[in-house]
Design a protein around this ligand. Structure first.
Ligand SMILES: [Zn+2]
Length: 519
């Protein structure tokens, strides 16, 4: 089957979308008959370099060029080129073995006259892949160009070409396809194939194409072949595309970003876990988030006013970018995103210092996951991670229980040392009990350090975010209640922010706890 990219390749200059700045100059040079003997087409993949090279070969050999400088697409040369069997158009892929041989032969064959057309045209694609030997051969040819031979060199990496080659060519830099051009081209193809499409759906294909006509058309092809499955509907909807490409819907992405901006840890974790459980590709999800934040940030820069959000948006970009990089090397690819969320949501302190506890905690978890991780373990870890979200219902029940028993907390500073000792002795039990109520609180406690400061029992935590959670009245009640049950002591405690070195705090046995919690 002919690919869409080939099928809808521009047949004349006007059909070549998105490179107007180049097309204009080339058409003018055709009209004025000022032809170079060597061209260099550079630019990202899928932007029309070889399409334009073929067009140029066609118009140079056309027997009936229009006054506007367009090929006729009717004469024998035009037809042969359109069918791909024109003897005087030689296409060489410099990246292939065959290409290397072809360039070696080039010197001998180059002086033969064109067989059926006016000009012999060599298109050398991926020219930066040529060997030094091949470059030297090519350079000789370019220095003394034979009559009626035209070279068109195409490359995505012009910086790898010798300057001696570049200086002997007329260079054109192709732009990445902009959204307007992609929109125009895709709409044309969709129309021609007898389909219709929602704007939202088209936007997704454009996004997936990332500035490349070829990539966007490949995505479209996938979509068309799955939508056109004998059913009557020939309308492509956004959800079609989301399903086919495993995209997360834009509403979900925006909801996630809103939650991050609002520092809403629970909501952002909920969204992430839902995406994960639905089997969506997390790498794709972070990419979608990055895309959307970038768009929002650009809008804010262009249209200032709510400037205070910019810092947050930039932070989301930084953290999510890092998460997507780390995902590849992580067995549990949700972890980097979770860490990113923690970092973003608790950003009042400098990132690196305050999140040390979390990072340490997660690296412990990571190291506890066996290398040849089996699906069952993943499943269990997944379940546990999910349970990290505090259960509001559960908290309410606990609150009621506490109310029932009317626990009265009395501050008793006379015996602080004794209380401290008891808490330490029972620490593991305390954490296990806390875990029954609230996994997330356990996670915070495992990264906290217990101490006595100025006659008071204190928890040192790494971030204001953790402090807020521990200082919460209900949370405090739960913890005090548990400590009272296990030690018989009514104690009060304070929460302070201080860098916590988990490794040196073996008395708290945190690593063991993390292991228990997550395994
Ligand atoms: Zn023609």
């Amino acid at each position: 089957m002919q690919t869409l990219y080939r099928k809808y390749r521009a047949a004349n200059f006007d059909q070549l979308i998105g490179q107007d700045h180049i097309v204009k100059i080339i058409k003018q040079s055709i009209i004025e008959n000022r032809i170079s003997h060597a061209y260099l087409f550079t630019g990202p993949r899928g932007t029309g370099k070889t399409s334009l090279a073929r067009l140029l070969a066609k118009v140079l050999n056309c027997k009936d060029i229009s006054p506007a400088g367009e090929p006729c697409n009717k004469c024998s040369s035009c037809n042969a080129i359109n069918k791909g069997n024109f003897m005087d158009l030689i296409e060489i892929d410099a990246a292939s073995n065959r290409g290397i041989e072809e360039i070696r032969d080039l010197k001998e064959k180059i002086n033969f006259l064109p067989v059926e057309g006016k000009k012999k045209v060599y298109i050398i694609d991926e020219v930066h892949m040529m060997t030094t030997e091949a470059f030297n051969a090519l350079l000789k040819t370019l220095e003394e160009p034979p009559q009626n031979v035209i070279f068109i060199l195409a490359t995505t990496e012009p910086h790898k070409l010798p300057l001696t080659i570049i200086s002997r060519t007329q260079r054109f830099d192709f732009k990445q396809a902009d959204n307007k051009s992609l929109n125009q081209k895709l709409k044309y193809i969709i129309d021609s194939e007898g389909f219709s499409i929602d704007e939202g759906a088209l936007e997704l294909i454009i996004r997936a194409g990332q500035g490349s006509f070829r990539d966007a058309e490949t995505v479209l092809e996938k979509v068309l072949s799955s939508v056109d499955n004998g059913k009557n509907s020939k309308t492509i909807t956004r959800s079609n595309i989301e399903n086919i490409l495993s995209f997360v819907s834009i509403e979900v992405v925006r909801n996630f970003i809103e939650a991050l901006i609002a520092n809403d840890l629970n909501r952002s974790l909920e969204v992430l876990h839902k995406v994960w459980e639905d089997g969506m590709n997390l790498f794709q999800f972070t990419k979608e988030v990055l895309d959307e934040v970038r768009v929002q940030l650009l809008k804010k820069v262009i249209n200032p006013g709510a400037n205070n959000q910019n810092k947050k948006l930039i932070m989301i970009i930084k953290e999510m970018n890092q998460a997507s990089n780390e995902m590849k090397n992580n067995m549990l690819n949700i972890l980097p995103v979770e860490i990113a969320i923690f970092n973003i949501v608790s950003d009042e302190l400098p990132i690196n210092k305050e999140t040390k506890g979390i990072t340490a905690r997660n690296s412990v978890i990571k190291s506890e996951v066996p290398k040849d991780i089996n699906p069952k373990i993943t499943q269990e870890v997944k379940k546990e991670v999910k349970e990290v979200i505090p259960d509001k219902k559960q908290e309410k029940v606990i609150e009621e229980k506490i109310e029932d028993k009317k626990v009265i907390i009395q501050k008793d500073n006379s015996n602080i040392e004794e209380q401290f000792k008891k808490i330490k002795e029972n620490w593991s039990e305390i954490l296990i009990k806390v875990r029954e109520f609230n996994h997330f609180l356990t996670a915070i406690l495992t990264s906290a350090k217990l101490d006595i400061k100025e006659g008071e029992i204190v928890f040192s935590v790494n971030s204001t975010f953790h402090k807020k959670r521990l200082d919460n009245v209900e949370t405090k009640k739960i913890l005090q209640k548990i400590i009272q049950e296990l030690t018989g002591e009514n104690i009060d405690f304070q929460c302070i922010i201080q860098k916590v070195d988990l490794k040196n705090d073996s008395a708290m046995n945190n690593e063991k706890m993390v292991e228990d919690i997550f395994n």
